[in-house]
Design a binder for this molecule. Sequence first.
Ligand code: C2E
Ligand code: CA
Ligand code: CA
Length: 506
Amino acid sequence: MRTAILPASFAVLIFIVGVTILNTQLWYSAQINSENGARLTMKNIEAILDEASTATHTAINIALQSCSAENQYRLGTEAALKPHLRTIAIVKEGKVWCSSLPGNRVLLQLDTLPETPLLLLTANQTTNHLPVLIYQADSTEGKVFVSISDAHIRDALNGYTFDAHYALVIDDNMLGVTGDITPRPQSRVNMSLLSSNLYPFSITYHLPVFFSPLRVMQQGSGLLFFIFIISCTVAYTLYKYANKYTTPEESLRKAIEHGDIVPFYQPIVNGVTGKIHGVEILARWKHEHIGIISPTYFIPVAEKVGLIIPLTTLLLDQVVRQINQIASKLPVGFHIGINISASHVNAPSFVADCLHFRERVQHNHLKLVLELTERERLQIDEQLIDNLNTLRRHGFFIALDDFGTGYSGLSYLHELNIDFIKIDQSFVSRIDSHKDSTMLLDCVLEMVQKLSLQIVAEGVETAGQREYLNRKNIALMQGYYFYKPLTFIELVIALLAQNHKEIIVD
Ligand code: C2E
Ligand code: CA
Ligand code: CA
């Protein structure tokens, strides 16, 4: 879990940095687009005003002559042929002298208009209730007014970048893509202005917002997906790397959490008949890459880092589930040996843990044997003696494992109530090789038998060893000669194969 947090955080960081870079790039492009759009819009409006300017020259020329039918026709033609112009009118002494419309009419009150080269008139200032742009020019013979429809201006404003909301600004009035002419807003945050060098107008437009999820999704979806894939790949690689280099403690902790520590069962057999008398539970670590890992590697780690109690508890949970499936078929007194580490024996939860296991095993005809190893030094005090006696009263048996390998075996025998002795395989392995070396084994066996303790001989690998132990009346044996540690399924098959009901039980 902890090793997943770092790669996940790193992936999120890469994703955020990637999206920020992508967003900044798109924002920069959007800014350039808006600016280019403003320039293009300005050029289009300048082109419209160029038409008005040319028409003005014709009108000034006519003002020098007379408003004859022919000159009126010239004005009308000028307005009609220039695609963006609506009306051209010549005003002399405050009155319309000549116009492009028939009857020298105009749609505005021209004499009251302020004298500025460009003017925006609102809808209610015109007779057709449409906003209009007025171009004015002064000459000695009179004034010329050219009106330009709002529709042409709006077309020019609408052409480029929609998001920029371009608007034409003249003095303090503004004409946008929709609506009437409005005063230019006071707050100009996020707005920019581009002024024409040819005519007295400007184009105002919105600057793109810096962060826009919509823009990133619409314009950067391909790159966004790419960033996502990169983030996931980095996270996965980091996760793999972190897992590869985690400490043994961390790996073991994870293995316990994931239920990768599983029980194997090594049969304990009757040395004479070869029939299964019981089993010893041996832990195995099923590693997804390495395969099966021996307990000689991970049990010392678990003991050192304080994981032996959760490991044993979870192992016994699995044993309970498996043994309960076959318990009713097992004979009375079927031996189940459980290895208990010294640190667990001296822990406050020891008795409760064992009793909890006993309660869950559905059939109490099984012989539950706690194997305490002589290899580790036990802290023998009244509490421990009390605890072991309590457990014996609740039907547990106590075995002293690896007998003869440590130096306190005899004192354990003296101080604790022991039911079984497990003779270490180092004694058994000498049986064939050195005739003399069995002397020590013979002494040990004689002493143990005199104490009326039951014996299990471990590590029996040959027929010679079996025969020797049979001659010495050692009833119970364990070793590769009979069975290697088995999975639960293999154990069931082994039990079925030998019709376990015939097992001779003490
Ligand atoms: P152990 O309790 O003395 O278990 C017997 C060991 O001898 C087992 O090794 C078993 O596989 C091996 N063995 C059995 N027959 C033969 C044989 O004929 N020849 C040879 N060469 N070996 C044989 P394993 O399973 O590797 O376990 C090693 C030790 O790890 C165990 O020694 C025990 O001290 C410890 N251990 C295993 N499971 C647990 C557990 O669940 N809890 C604790 N606390 N310790 C465990
Ligand atoms: Ca053992
Ligand atoms: Ca042993």
